[in-house]
Design a protein around this ligand. Structure first.
Ligand code: PD2
Ligand code: ZN
Length: 300
């Protein structure tokens, strides 16, 4: 840090930062608000970056897994299973007609890990509109180096992202209702939609979306809505090449196609769920996704 300061980030400040990010405010806006309420710029920036980094790290980043053969599910110390979102596929339907009239096709259904690929979840118009709404609010992918005053690309963050507030616009509310009906999970248990934008070469390294209870930051995060129990990644465009969503434990790759979506659930915070997944590098073109994370309880 270039400035000595006696100010430090309190747990309350860190929680506030996370809430602002979840509510859809850009890091720049959060930084500005912190400065307006008297925080030194360097301290505010450091607290902001550390809090967001800790938040990301609280999702487990394992060492690379052997690619073959698939590991048997780990059962030791596996916490008890909790209810998870689940589409109504009991009769193996080819399509699901949702209450708003959207007819979604079921493309792939896998039991372990629980993964379902849908086509036609969003219309082309909805995908375009979401991209346009998100684009001006994407977080910068560069971080300022306080010692040199220059900027550097953070290697761990190769995509840019933003959060919408839940029900923020009529379009967002309609999409959230559609997802709730598809996955039979209350709208209130969903986090705000996150939009990510990847450029060529950008990727999302394999990770689990649940919060690691062993991480110090997790207790605070889990107070609001409990654990994540399911993820829906919706593709908002079709990259020219690359950018699939991969599940390394079962060597599955889902092709990103505009309007399609991949759903996966995890009934406990344990690698035995085989929910390890990542975004493969984009080879050509760009990639846009909207992610909806589903919590155990109301996420208010
Ligand atoms: O963009 C993806 O394919 C992807 C991959 C892994 C998104 C996420 N995780 C996520 O948003 O959690
Ligand atoms: Zn993920």
């Amino acid at each position: 840090m270039s400035t000595m300061s006696t100010q430090t980030a309190t747990p309350e400040l860190r929680l506030w930062i996370l809430e602002q990010a979840q509510a859809g405010h850009s890091p720049d806006a959060v930084l500005q608000a912190m400065q307006q309420s008297g925080w030194d710029e360097d301290v505010a920036l450091a607290a902001l970056e550390q809090t967001l980094e800790d938040f990301l790290a609280s999702r487990v980043h394992p060492s690379p897994q052997p690619s073959v053969p698939a590991q048997p599910a780990q059962t030791a110390q596996r916490p008890p299973a909790v209810p998870v979102p689940e589409p109504d596929l009991a009769q193996s339907p080819a399509t699901l007609r949702l209450p708003d009239g959207q007819v979604v096709r079921v493309v792939v259904s896998m039991r372990d890990p629980r993964v379902v690929v849908f086509a036609d979840l969003l219309t082309d118009e909805e995908c375009v509109a979401l991209r346009q709404l998100a684009a001006p609010r994407l977080a910068r992918s560069e971080t300022v180096d306080n010692t040199t005053g220059g900027s550097e690309v953070n290697a761990a963050r190769t995509s840019a992202g933003m959060f919408f507030g839940r029900g923020e616009t009529a379009l967002i509310a309609r999409i959230e209702q559609r997802i709730a009906a598809l996955l039979r999970w209350p709208v209130e248990n969903g986090e705000g939609l996150q939009v990510l934008h990847y450029r060529p070469g950008a990727e999302y390294k394999p990770h689990y979306d649940y919060f690691d209870p062993a991480q110090p930051g997790s207790a605070t995060i889990l107070q609001r809505g409990g654990q994540r129990v399911g993820t829906l990644v919706v593709y908002l465009n079709t990259p020219e090449a690359g950018g699939g969503t991969i599940f390394p434990d079962v060597q599955l790759e889902v092709a990103p196609v505009q309007g399609h979506a991949v759903f996966f659930s995890y009934d406990c915070a344990h690698p035995g769920t085989r929910s390890l997944h990542g975004g493969a590098p984009v080879i050509a073109g760009e990639k846009w996704v909207a992610t909806k994370w589903l919590r155990e309880r109301r996420f208010d």
